[in-house]
Design a protein around this ligand. Structure first.
Ligand SMILES: O=C[C@H](O)COP(=O)(O)O
Length: 254
């Protein structure tokens, strides 16, 4: 059966020492919690990755991820980080397709397809984000948008490669706004995504795919969201910057 995952996305927050302190607290707190969450992933800025991997050693449940990787294996791309470099410090995951990357850095589905290939080729697991803007939802094209992000971004993969992905549904209007999708809205889209995966591959691939919800998820609303049949955990932004809040979300699968 698919894995229940709670992933934190620190975005461009926390200096080196702040990140290590927060991560140490999370590792310690998560260790003692009885929870249905099977894996806790912290996606930090690149500067923290190596140290977090060291701190996570000995924790069966906590993994580390990056928030991006370049589409090339290596080369003259000043300021960029490759998937191979991320892999070399021991990280396990890479977030791809986050709406902030799509919006501020012009990452489109074609580019994300290339990034997905490179990340997978380096034996890293993509957390592949899809989700509509408020305008798209209001124009009632959100299903089309989500379907095209899914199929154009990762639909070229064969079933074996696709099964290494985690999908994250993040409605852009809910990210960092304090406006969470209702559990009904989120479940509707998660079920739709799973149906599209089944149509593209087959039902067993769809049933095995972890689909996370992201967007103003917090300790108060996590349990209701995670109780939905097709929601397999969360991708947590703001609340992942506080160890107690993040751990309470991890506990929400109880
Ligand atoms: O990657 C995380 C999402 O962008 C959600 O962020 P948020 O929890 O601050 O709304």
């Amino acid at each position: 059966m698919r894995k229940k995952i709670v992933a934190g996305n620190w975005k461009m927050n926390l200096d080196y020492n702040e990140g290590l302190a927060l991560f140490s607290e999370v590792v310690n707190m998560v260790k003692d919690e009885a929870t249905g969450t099977q894996e806790v992933v912290v996606c930090s800025p690149f500067i923290h990755l190596h140290s977090l991997v060291q701190l996570a050693k000995g924790s069966a449940k906590v993994s580390v991820g990056a928030q991006n990787a370049h589409q090339a294996e290596s080369g003259a791309y000043t300021g960029e980080i490759s998937a191979k470099q991320v892999k070399s410090v021991g990280a396990a995951y890479v977030i791809l397709g986050h709406s902030e990357r799509r919006q501020y850095f012009g990452e489109d589905n074609a580019l994300l397809a290339k990034k997905t290939d490179v990340v997978l080729a380096n034996d890293l697991k993509p957390i592949f984000c899809i989700g509509e803007t408020l305008q798209e939802r209001e124009a009632n094209v959100h299903f089309d948008i989500i379907k095209s992000q899914l199929l154009e971004g990762v639909g070229h993969l064969d079933a074996a490669a696709f099964s290494k992905l985690v999908i994250a549904y993040e409605p852009v209007w809910a990210i960092g706004t304090g406006v969470t999708a209702s559990s009904d809205q989120a479940q509707e889209i998660h079920a739709f995504i799973r149906k599209e995966i089944a149509a593209k591959y087959d039902q067993s691939v769809a049933d095995a795919t972890t689909i996370l919800y992201g967007g103003s998820c917090n300790p108060k609303n996590a349990a209701e969201l995670f109780a939905c049949a097709d929601i397999d955990g969360g991708l947590i932004g703001g609340a992942s910057l506080k160890s107690r809040d993040f751990t309470d979300i991890v506990k929400a699968f109880n």
